[in-house]
Design a protein around this ligand. Structure first.
Ligand code: DQA
Length: 143
């Protein structure tokens, strides 16, 4: 029997371009190569990955995994700062969601200082580069 915990890493808009997009802020590594590292780091966890640039698709994914998975590490990208709908989707599901940011949003433009999703999440991790995802998974496993 497979007793592995299941955690979804869920990435929002423009995060498909990691490694190419503003490397001074987001680094040179692609999510694909980092995912391999994540899976090696947590052999006891099934780390699933999904990315979409479309708000509704992120919401559909939260609904899909939200009653069966053990947690979600969500980097909603710019939707973090705008989306009541993603906030509501996080509230609607049972799985704990950790808000993730690669950059330290508080060192950046003031419009990034407001998150509409933090209040629906169990916690927030940001500013540690791609390692923020690893810390989020550790936090989910420690709940
Ligand atoms: C981000 C920060 C957001 O402000 C931005 O829109 C992103 C990425 C981060 O991971 O640092 O797309 O969530």
């Amino acid at each position: 029997m497979n007793n592995k915990k299941r955690i979804l890493v869920l990435n929002g808009p423009n995060l498909n371009l990691l490694g190419k997009r503003e490397p001074g802020i987001y680094g040179n590594d692609s999510m694909e190569s980092f995912l391999a590292h994540l899976r090696e780091s947590f052999p006891e966890v099934e780390v699933e990955y999904y990315q979409s640039n479309v708000e509704g698709e992120l919401i559909n994914k939260l609904h899909e995994v939200g009653f069966t998975y053990d947690g979600v590490a969500l980097n909603a990208g710019a939707y973090t700062h705008t989306s009541v709908a993603i906030h509501d989707a996080i509230k609607a599901i049972e799985a704990p969601v950790v808000e993730v940011h690669i950059s330290n949003v508080y060192q950046r433009e003031t419009y990034r200082h407001t998150s509409l999703i933090t209040g629906a999440c169990v916690g927030v991790i940001g500013g540690f580069g791609l390692n923020s995802y690893k810390l989020a998974i550790e936090a989910l496993l420690a709940l």
